[in-house]
Write a protein that binds this ligand. Structure first.
Ligand code: NAP
Length: 353
């Protein structure tokens, strides 16, 4: 029998959609993704990008405090091994993984069923829709919520991988205020609005923020570029690329070596406690095979203003896969709720109970 709602993805948008559709008695089936090293390495782990970040200090309703008792009583003991370890009584907020486990637990509490597989192919030309998974099974669903997120682009250096969460990040808003970056020199790579925004934000915490850009002019909007250029704490390294991120296991990132694009023999070592990649994101849409309309950057398009409808009736999109602008956990969760309500109302209008 066909599912009424299938949710593809397992970040905040997917779990918010699961909580809402489960509470509407739609018995959602959520495809959580495969827990393979490859999925982690490309920034697409089960439970989403928050699994590869540290503290979450900006999700409303979760101020810091002694969370240990709450987390261990709210979350099923079988999942405790995934909780961030903290000494007894330590006052801190939730970590990215803690928060995702809370969302998952909440979705499971209302009867969401999960499958730990990737959806590798969809067929939106038939009804019910057909989804093929990495285990080779085919599942039919009357409505689908696509919430597969996006992944930050990195340059692809081995050292980026080595120092992830040890000074390497692709989200200044998530990680910039961490103690390791306070009053230390920091490096941002990129020349778009994200790089300007990240550098400007980081200038509140770091001693100096270097923007390393491969050309001699920014791609960013004039106003954002100007703000960065006028900031006394920001120093731009024009016509330069990242050669290597340097550091050690104890301290994490300690320096970044850059190379001139004008003279490849010219390198410079910048002492730095942090390296922030701001060279764009890639939405996780390969499995869609081009069956949903996307914008020029490949993000799924919402075809009705302020609704999560896509170009295929009955398919809804939520979270970063449809958002190249806000990209926050709270906005993803909000749009997951919207997709759930849109899907529920659409199913009711079709007479699918
Ligand atoms: P983007 O505009 O695509 O800029 C990416 C930057 O990274 C470019 O400067 C590019 O250099 C550089 N880059 C890409 N690949 C690189 C590589 N392999 N090595 C070195 N540099 C590389 O991406 P974005 O800045 O994330 O912005 C995405 C969208 O979000 C934009 O539409 C932006 O306006 C919007 N946004 C808006 C705001 C805001 O208004 N508050 C904030 C953030 C983002 P080149 O310039 O040489 O190509």
């Amino acid at each position: 029998m066909a599912e009424r709602v299938a949710i593809i993805g397992s970040g905040p948008a997917a779990w918010a959609a699961a909580i809402y559709t489960a509470r509407a008695n739609l018995e959602p089936l959520l495809f959580e993704g495969l827990a393979t090293q490859e999925n982690f390495d490309v920034g697409r782990p089960p439970l989403g990008q928050l699994m590869i970040t540290t503290e979450v200090e900006n999700y409303p309703g979760l101020p810091e405090g002694d969370m240990k008792t709450y987390l261990t009583t709210a979350i099923d003991p079988s999942l405790h091994y995934l909780l961030t370890e903290r000494p007894d009584g330590e006052k801190m907020g939730v970590s990215g993984p803690d928060m995702m486990l809370l969302m998952k637990q909440q979705g499971l509490n209302y009867g969401t069923r999960t499958e730990g597989v990737d959806v590798t192919e969809v067929d939106f030309s038939v009804r019910p829709f057909k989804l093929t998974t990495s285990s080779g099974n085919t599942v039919e669903a009357h409505s689908v919520i696509v919430a597969t997120g996006a992944r930050a682009n990195y340059l692809g250096l081995e050292s980026e991988q080595r120092f992830k969460n040890l000074g390497v990040s692709a989200c200044a808003v998530c990680d910039g205020a961490l103690p390791r970056f306070r009053d230390k020199p920091l490096v941002v790579v990129g020349g778009g609005d994200s790089a300007m925004e990240e550098a400007t934000y980081l200038s509140k915490f770091g001693s100096t923020v270097y923007i390393v850009h491969r050309r001699d002019e920014f791609r960013a909007s004039k106003i954002m570029a100007q703000r960065a250029l006028e900031n006394p704490k920001i120093d731009v390294k024009w016509n330069s690329v990242i050669d290597e991120i340097l550091g050690n296991d104890d301290d994490g990132v300690t320096a970044v070596r850059i190379r001139s694009t004008e003279d490849e023999n010219r390198t410079e070592e910048l002492a730095a406690a942090g390296y922030f990649a701001a060279i764009g994101h890639t939405p996780n849409t390969d499995f869609l095979g081009g069956q949903l309309e996307t914008n020029a950057k490949g993000y799924v398009t919402w075809t009705v203003p302020f609704r999560t409808n896509t170009s295929v009736e009955g398919v809804f999109a939520a979270g970063d896969v449809a958002d190249d602008y806000y990209r926050q956990a709270v906005t993803a969760a909000g749009s997951g709720c919207m997709a759930a309500l849109d899907s529920e109302r659409w199913l009711a209008a079709q007479g699918i109970e």
